[in-house]
Design a protein around this ligand. Structure first.
Ligand SMILES: [Zn+2]
Length: 72
């Protein structure tokens, strides 16, 4: 129970970028740059996706001999 992601509320008070640990920029709080904001957002989206869809990722890597995924 210690592998929980840091809640944004806690990050808000921090003065360091949660992604790289640099000083945050007022324009990109609570991140230091748009890049870090994007990275963090990506992580969130990924995790949310996993939690929401528990059926596995869409097999769109290399069609061929995949599991039976018949969608009418
Ligand atoms: Zn950063």
């Amino acid at each position: 129970m210690s592998d929980r992601p840091i809640p944004l509320r806690a990050v808000r008070t921090a003065a360091k970028c949660p992604v790289c640990g640099k000083e945050v920029a007022a324009s990109y709080r609570p991140f230091c740059s748009k890049r870090c904001a994007d990275i963090d957002l990506g992580r969130w989206l990924k995790e949310g996706y996993r939690i929401e869809t528990d059926e596995g990722s869409p097999d769109d890597q290399s069609g061929g001999g995949g599991p039976t995924g018949q969608e009418r």
